[in-house]
Ligand binder design. Structure first.
Ligand SMILES: *Cc1c(COP(=O)(O)O)cnc(C)c1O
Length: 390
């Protein structure tokens, strides 16, 4: 192992495995490439499963549907939450059985519902009458979780507002589902992606528990609580170990709900983000005029080629270079495409070595989730993000 790899691997705060860093160090990539360490995914799965105890894990496929990841998760006994026919097919191709797959998107195409139902997928989510009408027609008798809106969230990447309905509406929809031949079995919610601390679940769990109890009081047999995702990855701010975090969430659930027959969790980011890193390159370092205080650093990857979660500077990726021992200065970090929205970090400038220049390799950490799937298919002729699983 050379000095550079030793230096990176020795960072106490880095979740990126030395196996992964070594692979990047020893490989010449023609294009930005996401490298995923399958052993790191397996370790994270084991830790989350340990912390979640009796709760079933349904991997949120959208986070990273690489076939090798899905196959490894099948091997480990994971279940899957799919959002479309395409994702269902990816799970099946990886060896998952229909009974291991749930269809959790609240906005489904009728043909996709029929496809899932014909396969034998029996569990769906909904938050509106029209969606229940579609389910009643194309998946008669199916199990349904009603998704609740999350009022407030401390997550770095919130998933509130667009999804879910109010408690009163959820209760009405349970009656509606039953009247239309469906089986309303419970509630689902998403606390918000990248919810850094377990204590941040408290307010949401209290709200959901209130609705859970109201549904019971209204005569519904509540058997399934779907707690969604939200499990965090390390991007620079300290987070708890995944087993401790999951354990703390389960303790909160027990405190707010008492006995719940079945619990399922849908981790995406928390399972795969830290297992991946992107090898990328500096394409240009420039200033707009000779005395410009602002240094611009342009990478060969940006908002449209995998780093969409930098949108609004919500997710701040950790970047290391071969010059990390040199003096650093702030810069505006941008992608390579011909769109001025393709700026990653400007409001809060990024610290990078002053000696950085075109051709330098950069490693972007904790990129295993929501990168390959967010890359555009060919904006400016830039191909989708390459993925290598080791
Ligand atoms: C995206 C999504 C998840 C995964 O969320 P993470 O925060 O990445 O764990 C889980 N459930 C649903 C319904 C989702 O849409």
């Amino acid at each position: 192992m050379n000095a550079h790899v030793a230096g990176l691997a020795a960072r106490a705060d880095s979740p990126t495995s030395s196996r992964l860093l070594r692979h990047i160090e020893q490989t010449r990539f023609e294009r930005p490439t996401l490298v995923v360490d399958l052993e790191a995914v397996a370790r994270k799965y084991a830790a989350l499963a340990q912390g979640l105890g009796r709760a079933r894990i349904h991997y949120a496929v959208k986070a990273n549907p690489a076939p090798e990841i899905l196959e490894e998760l099948v091997r480990l006994g994971s279940n899957f939450d799919a959002a479309s026919r395409g994702e269902i097919e990816m799970c099946l191709a990886a060896g998952a059985q229909p009974h291991q797959i749930t269809f959790g998107n609240t906005i489904k195409r009728p043909a996709d519902i029929a496809f899932a139902h014909d396969l034998g997928i029996t569990h769906f989510a909904a938050d509106a009458e029209e969606e229940l009408d579609k389910l009643a027609e194309h998946a008669p008798g199916a199990e349904v979780c009603l998704r609740l809106i999350v009022e407030s969230t401390e997550a770095d990447w919130p998933l509130n507002r667009k999804f879910g309905c109010t408690p009163a509406k959820a209760l009405k929809l349970m009656d509606y589902a039953k009247a239309h031949g469906l089986r309303p079995v419970g509630l689902s919610f998403h606390v918000g992606s990248q919810t850094r601390e377990a204590r941040m679940w408290e307010g949401t769990l209290a709200q959901v528990a209130e609705t859970w109890k109201a549904a019971q009081a209204a005569g519904h047999e509540m058997t399934l609580l779907n707690i969604g995702g939200g499990f965090p990855a390390f991007y620079g701010d300290k987070i708890d170990a995944p087993d401790d975090y999951a354990n703390a969430v389960m303790a909160l659930i027990h405190r707010h709900f008492g006995e719940v027959p079945q619990i399922m969790a849908e981790p995406g980011r928390g399972l795969v983000a830290e297992a991946g890193a992107i090898a990328a390159e500096v394409l240009l370092v420039s200033r707009k005029h000779d005395n410009d205080l602002h240094r611009w650093v342009y990478l060969d990857i940006g908002m449209f080629s995998g780093l969409a979660e930098a949108m609004g500077e919500a997710i701040r990726y950790r970047i290391t270079t071969d010059r990390d021992h040199e003096a650093t200065g702030s810069c505006i970090l941008a992608g390579p495409s011909c769109d001025s929205a393709d700026v990653l970090y400007e409001r809060q400038p990024y610290q990078l070595p002053l000696g950085l220049k075109a051709g330098d390799r950069v490693v972007i950490h904790s990129c295993g989730a929501y990168t390959s799937t967010y890359a555009s298919v060919g904006f400016n002729g830039i191909p989708p993000l390459d993925v290598v699983v080791i």
